[in-house]
Write a protein that binds this ligand. Structure first.
Ligand code: SF4
Length: 361
C-alpha cells in the first residue's frame, strides 16, 4: 500500500478545496468534484465530464478513488419481520475493517454505522471495546458505509432506501467529532442523490461532555442518545471505567441540561439492563432522579450476550418492575427491541479482529 496515491474520498471538503487551489484551480471546483464523488459516486476521474481533460488527468496523477469494499454479509430474521437484519463486514483502503448493520422495522430501514476502527473507551460489556483503538474513520469512510448499504439495498429491491442512520456501530462518534459532523453534512446535502434529513440521524455517545456542548452549539438537527447504564458514579465507573471517570455523572447531567436548553430537543437516555448489576429498584430511583433534571426519554435495552464476556440479560419481570417505576415517576420510557443478536450485529456486539466473534466471520 506504500506507493498508493492518497484516497481523495478521505479528504474533508476544506482539504479538497486546498488541494484544488494548490493545483492552480479555483476553489469552486471542489464543490463540483465533491458532488461527483459523494452524489454521483464516480469511481474514475475520467467520468467527471464537467472538468477539463487536463484537470481530470492531474487529479488521476495525484489521487486515487478507493471506496469501501464489501467483504462479508450475514443476515438473520427477527420474529416479527419479513425483512432480515443484515451485518456487513467492510474493508477500508488501508486494509482495516469495520462492521455496519441494516435494520428493517416497519417502514424504517436504519443503517447503523461505525465511526472508529475499534474504540479507546473499552467498556467491558462491549465487543468493539475489546478490540482496542486502531484509528478514526474519515468522513468519506463514514458516508461510504451508508452509500454502500443503500446501493446494495436498492439494487436488490428497487425503491428500497435507507430512512434513518444511527451512529451506534463501532467506536465513540463524539471522539471523532469533526469527521462525523462532516459526514452528516454530506449525507444531508439537499441536492445530492442521497439526502437524508438530519432529524433522521442519531448520534449515540457514552457522554463525551466537551463534544456534547459543541454539538449543542453547532446548529445540527441530529438526535442525541446517551448510553448511561447507571445513574450512580461508582456503579457507572464499574461498568464503563474510562468513560465514567473522564465524564463524571454530575457534569454529564449539567451538560445534557445545557444541550437540551440550547437545542430544545430531548436526549434519549439509553440504559442497558444487566441482571443483578443495575436493575434494582434503587437503580431505577437513581435513574429517575438523574433523568428529571433535563428533557429526555429513556430507552431500556437488554444486554446482548457476547462470547467470553460474563454479563447476563435482565429477567423480564425485573425489567417490567424497573420500567413501571420510571413510568410512575412521570418519565417517558420505551423498551427497545434488539435486532441482529443471532449474527452478533446488535448493540455492543460489533468487532472485526477479535476472537469474540470469529465464529461468525
Ligand atoms: S460501548 Fe461504545 S464507547 Fe464503549 S467500548 Fe463500545 S463502542 Fe466504545
Amino acid at each position: 500500500m506504500t506507493d498508493q496515491l492518497p484516497n481523495i474520498l478521505d479528504l474533508t471538503f476544506k482539504e479538497l478545496q486546498q488541494a484544488l487551489v494548490s493545483m492552480g484551480e479555483p476553489s469552486f471546483r471542489a464543490t463540483q468534484i465533491h458532488q461527483w464523488l459523494f452524489s454521483h459516486h464516480a469511481s474514475r476521474f475520467e467520468d467527471m465530464t464537467i472538468l477539463s481533460l487536463s484537470l481530470r488527468k492531474k487529479l488521476s496523477e495525484t489521487f486515487s478513488i478507493l471506496p469501501l469494499q464489501l467483504v462479508e454479509r450475514q443476515e438473520c430474521f427477527e420474529e416479527d419481520c419479513d425483512t432480515p437484519t443484515e451485518k456487513f463486514l467492510l474493508k477500508l483502503a488501508d486494509g482495516e475493517m469495520v462492521e455496519s448493520v441494516l435494520i428493517a422495522s416497519g417502514e424504517r430501514l436504519t443503517a447503523c454505522v461505525s465511526s472508529q476502527v475499534g474504540c479507546p473507551l473499552q467498556c467491558p460489556f462491549c465487543a468493539t471495546g475489546a478490540m482496542g483503538f486502531r484509528r478514526n474513520l474519515s468522513a468519506g469512510e463514514i458516508t461510504g458505509q451508508v452509500y454502500l448499504l443503500d446501493a446494495i439495498g436498492s439494487s436488490e429491491q428497487p425503491g428500497r432506501k435507507i430512512t434513518n442512520i444511527v451512529f451506534m456501530g463501532m467506536g465513540e462518534p463524539l471522539l471523532n467529532f469533526d469527521n462525523v459532523i462532516e459526514a452528516i453534512d454530506t449525507l444531508s446535502v439537499k441536492n445530492y442523490h442521497f439526502c437524508l434529513s438530519q432529524k433522521r440521524i442519531t448520534i449515540s455517545t457514552v457522554g463525551v461532555i466537551p463534544e456534547i456542548q459543541r454539538l449543542g452549539r453547532s446548529g445540527m438537527k441530529t438526535k442525541l442518545a446517551v448510553s448511561l447504564h447507571a445513574a450512580n458514579q461508582e456503579k457507572r465507573e464499574s461498568l464503563m471505567p474510562i468513560a465514567a471517570r473522564l465524564y463524571p455523572l454530575n457534569e454529564l447531567g449539567k451538560s445534557l441540561a445545557e444541550y437540551t436548553g440550547l437545542t430544545g430537543m430531548p436526549v434519549t437516555i439509553v440504559y442497558m439492563l444487566l441482571r443483578g448489576i443495575n436493575d434494582s429498584l434503587d437503580d431505577a430511583k437513581m435513574l429517575a432522579r438523574f433523568a428529571k433534571t433535563f428533557l429526555c426519554k429513556i430507552n431500556l435495552i437488554d444486554y446482548n450476550s457476547i462470547i467470553n464476556i460474563k454479563f447476563k440479560p435482565v429477567l423480564s419481570t425485573t425489567r417490567d418492575m424497573f420500567q413501571q417505576y420510571l413510568v410512575n415517576s412521570g418519565l417517558h420510557v420505551t423498551v427497545r427491541k434488539s435486532y441482529g443478536t443471532a449474527i452478533n450485529a446488535a448493540c455492543g456486539q460489533l468487532a472485526t479482529n477479535s476472537s469474540l466473534n470469529r465464529n461468525n466471520l
